[in-house]
Structures are given as C-alpha cells and as structure tokens.
Design a protein around this ligand. Structure first.
Ligand SMILES: [Zn+2]
Length: 255
C-alpha cells in the first residue's frame, strides 16, 4: 500500500539556542512542523503546531516562563494547521487521526482546529497531560489538548493502520511518553523524530536540551533513532532550521 507523506511548516518560534541544545549560542528560529499522512485507510496528522491565539494573546495562553523564552512573531496568520491544510485543499474536518508526538504547546496547539480526529498518544504522556499538576510539572496546557477528541492511548510500538506502514515508536525522555513516527513510503523508511531529537547535532553530539523529563530515557531514545538511521531509515528533524530548508513542502510530497 502506498503512503504519501507531506510536510507543513506551521510558522516559526524564536528561542534561546542554549536552552534547546547544550552549548548553543544566541537565538534560533525553529520551524514548527506538522506532517500529513495519506493512507488508503485514512488521513492522519503527526502534530498540529500552535494555537492561533498565541499570535494575539500569548500571555493568556502559556506561562510566563514560555513567554520569556520564546518569541511568537514568526507565527503569522495562515500558519495554523487549519489554514495550512486548506491551502492545499484538504479539509481539517476530514482528518481521521492526530498522532501526537507529545503534549507541548507547539505540537498539539492546533488539535482544536481538527475537530473530528481521534488522538493517538502514548499512555504515559496522556496520563501526565491529564494529571492535576500537568502544567507545573510537565509544561502541558490542557487548553491545547483536552478538547473532547476521542483518545486512543497506546503503549509502546503501535501499528496505526495495521499494515506496518505507519508505526508509532516510543521515544520517551523529552516528556514522559514522547513518540516518534516511522513511515514506510515508496522511497523507503522515514522516521519523524519529533522532539526526541531537535537538531541533527542533538543526535551526533548528544547535546541535550537543558530541561528534559528524563535524560537517561532521552539518551536511550537517541540510541534507538541512531540505530534506525544506521539500518537505512531517513530521520527528519522538524525543529532544525538548517535541515528543514531542504525539506519539500506540501503540496509536494516529502516522499
Ligand atoms: Zn517542539
């Protein structure tokens, strides 16, 4: 079965490089990626970017810490997931699945704009998200993801369409239940790393972000990603601005 994969850039976030990668200097413009997967059995998104309210009322939406770290001026009108899908003639109401890498605001903020999808999330991530201390402890905002979607909480590897073409890979560590996504296309195996690995250098040099849920788990996840790469998979680093320059954008398929 053939699967088509498309990259959508849902604006940019400007942040401090040293917080995102040990030894980073200055500030960096992070692309905010979403991916559309078209499978004969359904249409899925891997992440949905940020909520449009961040453009007008970031202080009312995310914490002071996030506001002091990040600049939102690179998130323009038309950069939200709904606008991005409509620009390529896809109806957000006809997306069947949202596969959530993790529950941070730059990955699930657009869930509300994709109203009819079932959310696929790792169970430890969902449990952390629904916990009372979710915001203080994990930096998750229920306003982003507690939107009444059907939720399928999975544990470990999960074969989304039952044919091995789209498989959730647990890559815990960045958050309690982060997952990457392996997609088998006509041109080979692709792994969307999500925030298990922000940059190419994160993998090569093992320079982690300053704040992570569990360093050891994250390092083990990086080992896993590296093994997949050695096995021939191509890794996609969604927040890496240099890498992202070479990624074809929808409607041109990534693969
Ligand atoms: Zn992120």
């Amino acid at each position: 079965m053939s699967v088509k994969l498309y990259a959508l850039t849902c604006g940019h976030l400007n942040g401090p490089f040293d917080a995102l990668m040990e030894g980073g200097e200055g500030r960096i413009d992070l692309p905010i990626p979403s991916f559309l997967i078209e499978h004969p059995k359904g249409r899925a998104l891997y992440d949905t970017g940020m909520h449009p309210e961040l453009r007008t009322n970031a202080k009312g939406r995310v914490s002071e810490r996030i506001n002091s770290m990040f600049g939102f001026s690179g998130f323009g009108p038309g950069d939200d997931i709904k606008s991005k899908l409509e620009a390529i003639d896809k109806d957000p109401a006809k997306v069947d699945l949202i596969i959530v890498s993790h529950l941070h605001f730059d990955h699930v903020g657009g869930n509300e704009l994709v109203p009819n999808a079932t959310v696929i999330v790792q169970r430890p991530e969902w449990e952390a998200g629904m916990a009372p201390e979710s915001e203080a402890r994990f930096g998750f905002y229920k306003a982003d993801f507690d939107k009444g979607h059907k939720v399928k909480a999975v544990e470990g590897e999960y074969d989304v369409f039952g044919d091995g073409s789209v498989v959730c890979l647990p890559t815990y560590g960045h958050t309690p239940g982060h997952q990457s996504l392996k997609v088998r296309t006509e041109k080979g195996e692709i792994v969307l790393t999500g925030d298990a690995c922000y940059f190419c250098r994160t993998l090569k040099e093992r320079r982690l972000p300053v704040r992570v849920f569990d360093r050891e788990l994250m390092l083990a996840s990086l080992d896993r990603l590296q093994a997949l790469e050695k096995g021939g998979a191509e890794l996609i680093f969604g927040h890496d601005p240099e890498f992202w320059k070479g990624v074809p954008q929808a409607p041109v398929p990534l693969f």
